[in-house]
Design a protein around this ligand. Structure first.
Ligand code: ATP
Length: 255
């Protein structure tokens, strides 16, 4: 079998007397969409935070492309090629689309103007943003200098996913990408996720929306009580199987 691109073994994370991750294993394979499902409080967010450098696990190991990694901050994970789009979108509403795409990694002008005066190369940034948005079919956004607060929820999510796809060279993590969206907007974001997958970037999708999970996922990681209970194939399991496993109404052997 191919090597996982991202793998975690025996992750433990405790918050006082709460064990949010209880010897949890995880694998993401190249090119796949892996959904992570689980009841409220099962530990999905903590798992994703551990994989993306937002929390440091107390025990366990994480490997990216077969190499052990230990991220002290989300920035370190990002630099290693893991991009996360959080449910509470980390976009700055008052800034433009271009500015949001480049926050923290702006392109400087070449030579002295860039290195000493720290002047930004706006034309280059605009060109890059336009290219990335149009690659993902997001060019219905007319003006990339418009403030993000003037966009619809779906368009905002689109910008956040495009940013992740533009910079996330190895793994993209999407935390509830359709949670706040209407039917039409969700549809666009689902298509966008398929587009990102077709570019060969593997995706971890955390979602409570079973129809969306079953539409997109190649495999489904079922999380219960702080650990991976099982991985199911959406082609051979039903949504009610998944929910029963998630809630403990059913055990994996009987699934
Ligand atoms: N910063 C924290 N401090 C204390 N306890 C925490 C913290 N973060 C998470 N927990 C606890 O860890 C457990 C797992 O939480 P987590 O948010 O990972 O679950 P989840 O599966 O993502 O839930 P949801 O679907 O509701 O978002 C919960 O009992 C939660 O209360």
């Amino acid at each position: 079998m191919t090597q996982p691109i991202l793998k975690a073994t025996n992750l433990v994370k405790r918050y006082g007397r709460v064990t949010a991750l209880d010897h949890c294993d995880f694998e993401l394979y190249p090119g796949e969409i892996l959904a992570v499902i689980g009841d409220n409080g099962a530990g999905k967010s903590t798992l994703i935070k551990a994989l993306s450098g937002a929390v440091t696990p107390d025990e366990g190991t994480i490997e990216l492309e077969g190499k052990k990694v230990s991220f002290g901050t989300p920035l370190e994970a990002r630099d290693a090629g893991i991009e996360t789009v959080y449910q509470t979108l980390a976009l700055s509403p008052a800034l433009s689309i271009v500015d949001n795409m480049f926050v923290g990694r702006e392109i400087r002008k070449k030579g002295f103007m860039g290195s000493a005066l720290k002047m930004l190369d706006y034309p280059a940034m605009e060109e890059f943003a336009r290219e990335k948005l149009s690659e993902l079919g997001l060019m219905t956004i007319q003006n990339i200098n418009q403030a993000v607060e003037t966009l619809s929820g779906g368009q905002r999510q689109g910008v956040a996913v495009a940013r992740a796809a533009a910079f996330g060279s190895k793994v993209i993590i999407l935390d509830e990408p359709t949670a706040a969206l209407g039917v039409k907007e969700s549809r666009k974001v689902l298509e966008l996720i398929q587009d990102v997958k077709s570019r060969g970037i593997p995706i971890i999708l955390i979602s409570h929306n079973m129809p969306h999970v079953f539409e997109l996922a190649d495999r489904i990681h079922v999380h219960r009580l702080g650990k991976r209970l099982c991985v199911i194939d959406p082609k051979t399991h039903s949504m009610s199987d998944a929910v029963a496993l998630m809630t403990g109404a059913k055990e994996p052997e009987a699934a």
